[in-house]
Ligand binder design. Structure first.
Ligand code: MD3
Ligand code: FE
Length: 199
């Protein structure tokens, strides 16, 4: 896709049942919720996390926190199936020692979108970010280092995995409003797992 960005089509398909079961356990303990951005807007994407720390946003800013603000408890542990899949994908893309400590889980319902942004709340930009797409397909927008760089569009489908490292780690990216549909396993949603080394 770009220098350092590798698209692994269908890489997570064989794990779809294990991933779904793990996802159900996580969201039972830490339900999806629509957080508020520092600017005061409610996100159309609902999020939760697992791992040592989770990405959160509120009126005071974006950050990684060990505590789920919804429950006051630590985020659910990262399931071994999640960790293993992320490490295997990173290795395939040339990052052999990826040890994520955070997994942000995004849920898109029809119409939900993510505007163009950079991921820069992590301490370590040398580690890649690994993303796993599940459920309904989405149009992923992939720009460059400048917000004004015209984004390329990629259709990401159930089971696709992308590794974003090297120069692409700080590229602007986003997701176009989700089209309606029905997925055999996940229903009327898209779920995206993003594995990060945050601390
Ligand atoms: C490219 N999520 O959670 S995953 C995010 O599909 C996020 O939910 C999108 O952007 C989603 O921050 C896209 C793909 C992704 C994640 C991180 C990146 C692409 C990236 C970081 C740098 C460059
Ligand atoms: Fe992002």
């Amino acid at each position: 896709m770009a220098d350092g960005a590798v698209l692994l089509r269908g890489f997570a398909r064989a794990d779809e049942q294990v991933l779904l079961a793990a996802l159900r356990e996580i969201t039972a303990a830490a339900p999806f919720r629509h957080m508020v951005t520092p600017g005061g807007y409610q996100m159309s994407v609902a999020i939760t996390n697992c791992g040592d720390v989770g990405w959160v946003t509120d009126r005071s800013g974006y950050r990684y926190d060990a505590v789920d603000p919804g429950s006051g408890k630590p985020w659910p542990a990262m399931p071994s199936a999640f960790r293993a899949l992320a490490a295997r994908a990173a290795a395939e893309a040339g990052f052999p020692a990826f040890a994520p400590d955070a997994c942000l889980i995004n849920r898109y319902e029809p119409g939900a979108r993510l505007s163009l942004h950079q991921d820069r709340d992590e301490r370590d930009f040398a580690s890649p970010i690994v993303s796993v797409s599940l459920g309904l397909p989405a149009i992923f927008l992939f720009g460059g280092l400048k917000r004004s760089d015209k984004p390329q569009r990629y259709r990401l489908e159930h089971g696709d995995v992308v590794v974003w490292g090297g120069p692409s780690r700080l590229f602007f990216h986003g997701v176009a409003p989700l089209a309606d549909g029905e997925h055999a396993l996940h229903g009327r949603v898209r779920v995206n797992l993003t594995f990060r080394r945050a601390r």
